[in-house]
Write a protein that binds this ligand. Sequence first.
Ligand SMILES: Cc1cc2nc3c(=O)[nH]c(=O)nc-3n(C[C@H](O)[C@H](O)[C@H](O)COP(=O)(O)OP(=O)(O)OC[C@H]3O[C@@H](n4cnc5c(N)ncnc54)[C@H](O)[C@@H]3O)c2cc1C
Length: 385
Amino acid sequence: MKREHLDWPFFEPRHRALAEELDAWAARELHAGHDADVDAQCRALVRRLGAAGWLRHAVAGTAHGGAAETIDTRSICLLRETLAWHHGLADFAFAMQGLGSGAISLHGTAAQRARYLPRVAEGRALAAFALSEPEAGSDVAALACSAREDGETWVLDGEKTWISNGGIADFYVLFARTGEAPGSRGISAFIVDADTPGFEIAQRIEVIAPHPLARLRLTNCRVTKAQLLGAPGEGFKVAMRTLDVFRTSVAAAALGFGRRALHEGLQRALARPMFGQRLADFQLTQAKLAQMATTVDSAALLTYRAAWQRDQGRTVTREAAMAKMAATEGAQQVIDAAVQLWGGAGVASGNLVESLYREIRALRIYEGATEVQQLIIGRDLLKES
Ligand SMILES: Cc1cc2nc3c(=O)[nH]c(=O)nc-3n(C[C@H](O)[C@H](O)[C@H](O)COP(=O)(O)OP(=O)(O)OC[C@H]3O[C@@H](n4cnc5c(N)ncnc54)[C@H](O)[C@@H]3O)c2cc1C
């Protein structure tokens, strides 16, 4: 992977070293493509990412296996960009360890952090983040899954859907309505171990780029009071703070996919003979490549601006939303252009640009669809003026 952007002033020497080490590791260890058994492949990737030390960056607290006391946004962005360039499922495996355990890093008690985070960082336990429901996706404050207190336990009932790592996760950070107040103020977060009685996988969901994904059902599912994560009624804030850490990293993953598509497009344009010259020799091709490269660099600048700004302790609501929107939408265009450069071969199953074409699509929807990012940016602009 080309690394000129590592010279940008957003980065410190440790970031450059991290990206270069991961790039070398990924080139050696990861080979594009999905196995027939995507669950087994994902579990194996988590173990390998853990054994190699990369997952330490996805959790906070050196006492619990983390690389630092807080999650460094530039590090997770560089990790996701590099992993996405090499292998979409490896990026997914890394991202879910972070998103699934992020609320524990941010809001867990000492006992919760000690119990879960070291296993996540070492790749010995798989994490999941269960927020969305059939009737509550973009409008997440409408969630209906409920939790009621009963003696020393909380009793959970309801459904969650589109849950990444659903079916293979060892635990789920799950959000349920506890009713302290209406809407977003009456939600709490819980840690639900996958083997808790009353917790089941209602349906496995297959998507265009294979990832473990499921609908969950909770029926009279009892968890102890010790599994409450954060204060009762504060679950929405817990969810939003967690997403806030990882939103910029979705942009970084899209950037990795887009950058790979640009690389593949360039290689094809240079190699493909056509009308007595090469595809790359036509000005129409050069215009296409110019647009692709500009889109990639714009996404990179927005992504690392947001990451750098967050690492300075500054609010990044608008900047992260801009990065997520521009990088995911831009990568879709860049990948589409790469498929076009490849012609028929670009849509053949197994071709790298074909897999990128499928891989990028969901990023424009999850962790806040593009329209949701537009609303965040628009509202923030209006608030400021
Ligand atoms: C592959 C994948 C993995 C996922 N993983 C997880 C996970 O691990 N955990 C989890 O909790 N959830 C997960 N999700 C769920 C994801 O966060 C939701 O799909 C997303 O929030 C959108 O919700 P929805 O699907 O219900 O679509 P809806 O909320 O029905 O939205 C449909 C469309 O409406 C548009 N829209 C939304 N808001 C507005 C608006 N205000 N104005 C105009 N148009 C609007 C957008 O284009 C949006 O795509 C995942 C989803 C996918 C596809």
